[in-house]
Design a protein around this ligand. Structure first.
Ligand SMILES: Cc1ncc(COP(=O)(O)O)c(C=O)c1O
Length: 488
């Protein structure tokens, strides 16, 4: 008998005999056979090819890739949390319930909302919950069928219209004005008795604060709609201004961005949603309540839309947020906002001097957390696009910014330095961008063919993300390899 099978038998005894024969695994597991040193070398090499916030500047606009304090990781990893089971009786999990209850209260305080639900797993999931809450609200007013439209600005993140569509709404897009903010006349023309609500992020994706927010809220509310806050850009407002005070009825928070959870590669995340007093009754169950002595899970909410996710949310991410807020305190959070804005504006001033780049939409106005430059002049004059600049930055040992978003900026380079990178690191980035633009005028080929020094060169972007070519496991890789070999 092969060693692996014998080992399995030794470990499980005759237990496998209890599994019906037709459900037993046939043969041995198809695992690669490698020595320890090969495995160590493989993973060490992979880790050296990787780049993260702990390696250097990571200015991925709108993603808020800030440094994630290690103390938060330690807390989330404590066995007293990791060994809990969500089906445990509530009397045995009073500690975590207390933490989640307090976190809800803190987030409500920071966003100016009445109650917060921690369940959604990401910003987009929070948006989806938000649009379902809009539906529940209009339904309770007897207007569910009529209120069928959600308005989004043309600078919105793609998840806003996607979430509204998933919830069954029709999406209307309103233009930005010449200053990059919501065009009030276009908004007035868009609202009607069909309006369920407006989804907006403030500061918007250009990094500009929507100074007419009170007027915007009035227009939407007067039309009978609700105002939804996309909280992806809450970082520069922490402790300074609250969406609830601006007139927003529903607010999501991208916990993984603002409150420091490592979230490269798509996860993990949490997107708690806060609501105004009128909407509390629609929030998903269970709600965590405190009777003055103990914490309870309350399922008895007749107006609730039901559940949006299992249990209480992505607990490990929420624990990190709790630790993050606790360790910084209110003054620390205000400083986060101040330094993130200072860094973005320092970077803006520096990059404004680079030949080939422009800052569309009222360059005079200060930005909040990020600034969006256009490489259109560079492309027109040298053929070097925003994508080429992003690729060349890898040769300088830096992560690229977000590119081609928001879509209202041609050849967009969306740069968010966050509060956690020091002046020297920002200068290193600015110098690299300056050098790349100079190279583009003198020797465009170098930039067009970049990266030259990265672990992998230019990827076929379509192929790299196509389900037919992606192999996410050893078994998938083997299967694909087999079918590739069979393809003539
Ligand atoms: C402005 C904005 N809104 C919403 C989202 C969606 O958030 P998540 O990725 O957590 O689903 C993002 C994500 O980058 C964003 O930048």
């Amino acid at each position: 008998m092969p060693i692996a099978e014998q080992e399995m038998k030794d470990r499980t005894g005759d237990a496998c005999e209890l599994v019906p024969e037709n459900m037993r695994r046939l043969g041995r597991l198809q695992l690669p056979e490698l020595s320890e040193v090969e495995v160590v070398r493989h993973f060490t090499r992979l880790s050296e090819m990787n780049y993260g916030v702990d390696s250097g500047f990571y200015p991925l606009g709108s993603c808020t890739m800030k440094y994630n304090p290690k103390i938060d990781e330690l807390l989330a990893d404590l066995p007293s949390f990791t060994m809990l089971h969500p089906y445990q009786d509530e009397t045995t999990v009073q500690g975590i319930l207390e933490i989640l209850y307090k976190l809800e209260r803190w987030l409500a305080e920071l966003t100016g909302t009445r109650e917060v639900c921690l369940q959604p797993s990401a910003g987009a999931h929070g948006e989806f919950l938000g649009t379902l809450l809009m539906r529940a609200y209009h339904k309770s007013n007897g207007n569910c069928e009529k209120r069928s439209e959600i308005i989004v600005p043309d600078s919105a993140h793609g998840t806003n219209p996607a979430s509204a569509t998933m919830a069954g709404f029709k999406v209307l897009v309103v233009q930005s004005d010449n200053d990059g903010c919501v065009d009030l006349d276009a908004l007035k023309a868009a609202v009607s008795e069909r309006t369920a609500g407006l989804m907006l992020t403030n500061p918007n994706t250009l990094g500009l604060f929507e100074i007419s927010i009170e007027e915007i809220a009035k227009i939407v509310h007067n039309a009978g709609g609700l105002l939804y806050y996309d909280g992806a850009n809450l970082n520069p407002l922490l402790g300074k201004a609250r969406p609830g005070d601006m007139g927003f009825d529903i607010v999501h928070i991208n916990i993984h961005k603002t409150f420091g959870t490592p979230h490269g590669g798509g996860g993990p995340g949490a997107g708690p949603v806060g609501v105004s007093k009128e909407l509390c009754k629609f929030l998903p169950v269970p709600r965590i309540v405190f009777d003055g002595e103990r914490y309870h899970l309350d399922y008895d909410r007749s107006g609730s839309i039901g559940k949006i996710r299992g249990f209480y949310g992505n607990a490990a991410v929420l624990l990190r947020a709790y630790a993050y807020i606790l360790s910084l305190g209110f003054e620390g959070l205000r400083e986060v906002a101040e330094v993130s804005v200072l860094n973005a504006n320092y970077l803006k001033k520096k990059l404004e001097q680079v030949k080939g780049l422009t800052l569309p939409y009222n360059a005079e106005r200060p930005r909040k957390h990020e600034c969006v430059f256009s490489a259109k002049p560079l492309k027109n004059e040298t053929g070097v696009s925003a994508l080429n600049v992003a690729k060349r930055l890898l040769d300088y040992g830096l992560h690229s910014p977000t590119i081609y978003f928001p879509q209202i900026v041609d050849e967009a380079l969306m740069i968010e330095p966050t509060e956690t990178f020091e002046k020297e690191e920002i200068d290193r980035f600015v110098n690299a961008v300056q050098k790349i633009c100079e190279e583009a005028y003198v020797n465009p080929e170098t930039v067009l063919k970049a990266p030259h020094n990265a672990a992998v060169s230019r990827l076929d972007e379509v192929k790299a993300s196509h389900p037919k070519t992606m192999a996410l496991s050893w078994r998938m890789y083997q299967k694909k390899n087999k079918s590739n070999l069979q393809t003539p």
